[in-house]
Ligand binder design. Structure first.
Ligand SMILES: [Fe+2]
Ligand SMILES: [Fe+2]
Length: 281
């Protein structure tokens, strides 16, 4: 089985570089990689969880994949939990409904014939206290029961382990308590791979026995003076599963265009809209 993980596509109904990159990516995935499944690990929409237009544009673009697609939400699709969400955009039931109406439940379970369970989940409701969080934990218990004694590949937007433990300015990973609970839920299975997005770079490394994969963005790389980690290139991740073995590859797509976010007109316009909405609250 082959799975392609795409991430942080940051698509806008205004078009622009991120949409152009996405079209190139779809052609590359359909013709070169030909996977059995495509997973988008979130930040599907450009920036605003309140843009139904961006969601609709993104939904239509995803229809161009030949393979089945599963879309997971990121912080820019739902808002975030915690006391200091980006731009004050907190995850809410209403924002979650907007996402699920466009892309489905934001979680999935696929059991293959080679003993693998492919699990996708929503990282942005963890520690939110919403009813939907409790409901997802119940669903995860069921998914773990169905995955008992299988190798598990888990996809979600935010990493389980922070690249900079103790860094608190932005949420770089899920809360430690949620990670411990997740690991406990899957303790009767073999959690082999965790594929996340959010960091806009590629890395494949071990955390104990678990291969942790950071999927790159297809939209833009994040260059911060505060931190630098992983391979800062645009691309996708390919997973090749053969029996009990899994191989992980970074796939570069040379014709993708890398541009500074603030050099994109649609990015600047959307930021201004979010700032105006924040100021009027
Ligand atoms: Fe992102
Ligand atoms: Fe993100």
């Amino acid at each position: 089985m082959r799975i392609v993980q795409i991430s942080d596509t940051h698509l806008s109904h205004l078009g622009g570089v991120t949409s152009e990159n996405f079209s190139i990516l779809v052609d590359f995935v359909n013709t070169e990689l030909r996977p059995d499944l495509v997973v988008n690990s979130g930040d599907v929409a450009l920036l605003s969880p309140d843009s139904a237009e961006d969601r609709e544009a993104a939904r239509r673009l995803h229809e161009r994949f030949d393979a089945p697609v599963r879309v997971l939400p990121g912080n820019h699709d739902l808002g975030e939990p915690g006391d200091h969400p980006w731009m004050g955009l907190a995850v809410t039931s209403e924002r979650l409904r907007g996402f699920t109406d466009a892309f489905g439940p934001g979680r999935f379970l696929e059991l293959d014939t080679e003993g693998w369970a492919i699990v996708g989940m929503n990282s942005e409701i963890l520690s939110s206290g919403l009813d939907e969080e409790r409901e997802q934990w119940e669903w995860l218990e069921g998914a773990a029961a169905a995955s008992r004694d299988r190798s598990v590949m888990l996809f979600l937007h935010k990493p389980l382990w922070s690249p900079i433990p103790g860094y608190t300015e932005h949420a770089l990973a899920i809360e430690e308590s949620d990670r411990e609970r997740l690991l406990a839920v899957f303790s009767d299975s073999r959690l082999r791979v965790v594929g996340s997005g959010h960091l806009h770079c590629f890395r494949s490394a071990f955390e104990g026995d678990v291969v942790t994969v950071w999927a790159p963005s297809s939209a833009f790389v994040v260059r911060s003076k505060d931190f630098s980690f992983g391979l800062s290139q645009l691309g996708v991740v390919e997973y090749r599963i053969e029996g009990d073995e899994v191989e992980v590859y970074f796939r570069s797509i040379p014709t993708l265009c890398e541009q500074e976010p603030f050099a994109m007109a649609e990015f600047v316009q959307t930021m201004a809209e979010i700032e105006a909405a924040t100021a009027s609250r």
